[in-house]
Design a protein around this ligand. Structure first.
Ligand SMILES: *[C@@H]1O[C@H](CO)[C@@H](O)[C@H](O)[C@H]1NC(C)=O
Ligand SMILES: *[C@@H]1O[C@H](CO)[C@@H](O)[C@H](O)[C@H]1NC(C)=O
Ligand SMILES: *[C@@H]1O[C@H](CO)[C@@H](O)[C@H](O)[C@H]1NC(C)=O
Length: 340
């Protein structure tokens, strides 16, 4: 397998956009699968780009180049190190350890993994809010971007694919940096019934974060994923919904329903409602027979770096529920909000 370190950028100035008090150039990088051959049904393929290490780039938009007939979903990971040095590898979250005859198998990232973009069914282009960009390169822990495409079906011999994302980026310093915070649980779901999987973490860093998008993720048993910010005071807790979605709908980034800033001592919390229709226990895990409970929150910070805390994971059921958490929450929402 050959190795593949292409460099951002290609210096194709496409437009000079005036988006606020200052102007900056937006370039586009075509981050596409390099003529891959999906060699079986449901295969996940990954391809990397190395970011020029001495420079800073701000990704400000993502324009998908894919169709739902071919691609089930696409994810863009930021990595400190890619999962493989191959130009293409097999990288399924849901794959068992079966060997792939055509591509080597590895996870998307070997270290420093974070999701920066997700696309599924018909999702349009994602434009970050004004003056917001994902910092990648020199001053970021993101040294590589890895594109993962989940293909629906095996391609006929000789037919190849170039699905991917056009990355809109600038080298002008953006005053607002984007970040992603991932909430999730471990745990088990008892047979034949409804389970709530819950997690919550207090923000300890002295930063003001502005939420703008969220993404739900479960496998087949999830019926609702909801994220909250909990404002704490002597009068009690206020649970504000950030976003709520049926995860059986396309698992892309949706706008949050409440953009109020989140500050130190606020709590970020998420709950997944799972309907276990099986007569056996289902656990959290990577394969299709396992489940996942994830809520991704995308936010920006002004003249600051994103939170160094990027994850909030609990032990999940039967060990962790909000009503047993050390924070001693009150006014825990017992009914699930109906915002779809
Ligand atoms: C992606 O873009 C390339 C050219 O930039 C085009 O040839 C290709 O057909 C596109 N693929 C899809 C799936 O839209
Ligand atoms: C890729 O190559 C580098 C340099 O040779 C090596 O340090 C690294 O471990 C390799 N990564 C993988 C996943 O094999
Ligand atoms: C759980 O799934 C079963 C089988 O599909 C369905 O009949 C039931 O209404 C679901 N329960 C809830 C609360 O969604």
């Amino acid at each position: 397998m050959k190795s593949c370190n292409s460099f951002l950028p290609l210096f194709i100035a496409l437009a000079v956009l005036s988006r606020s008090v200052f102007c900056y150039e937006i370039d586009t990088y075509d981050f596409l699968m390099p003529n891959v051959w999906p060699n079986k049904d449901e295969v996940y393929l990954c391809t990397p780009i190395r970011i020029a290490p001495q420079k800073n780039f701000y990704v400000v938009g993502f324009k998908p180049n894919a169709t739902m007939h071919t691609a089930h979903h696409m994810l863009l990971y930021g990595c400190s190190e890619p999962g493989s040095n191959d130009s293409v590898w097999s990288c399924g979250e849901m794959q068992s350890n079966e060997l792939d005859s055509h591509y080597n198998t590895a996870s998307p990232c070997a270290s420093g993994s974070q999701i920066v973009y997700a696309w599924a069914r018909d999702a349009p282009r994602l434009q970050l809010p004004k003056d917001v960009g994902f910092l990648i390169g020199h001053d970021s822990s993101i040294k590589y971007l890895v594109l993962q495409v989940h293909y629906m079906t095996k391609f006929p011999a000789g037919k190849t694919d170039n699905s991917g994302v056009f990355l809109e980026y600038t080298t002008t310093k953006m005053p607002r940096q984007a970040g992603v915070f991932l909430l999730g649980t471990s745990g088990v779901i008892a047979p034949h019934g409804i389970e709530h999987m819950e997690t919550a973490c207090t923000i300890n860093e002295d930063k003001v974060i502005h939420p703008f998008a969220f993404r739900p993720h479960t496998h087949s048993l999830g019926t609702q994923v909801t994220g909250y910010v909990v404002r704490r005071s002597e009068k009690g807790d206020t649970w504000q919904v950030l976003g709520s979605k049926n995860p059986q709908l396309p698992q892309m980034f949706y706008p949050v329903v409440n953009t109020s800033p989140i500050m130190k001592n606020d709590v970020l919390a998420a709950r997944c409602v799972m309907n276990n229709t099986h007569y056996h226990t289902v656990q959290i895990g990577p394969t299709n027979n396992d489940e996942m409970c994830n809520f991704y929150l995308m936010y920006w910070v002004e003249n600051d770096t994103p939170l160094s805390q990027k994850y909030c994971f609990s032990a999940g059921p039967p060990y962790y529920y909000w009503n047993r958490a050390p924070e001693a929450f009150d006014r825990i929402p017992d009914m699930d909000v109906n915002i779809l």
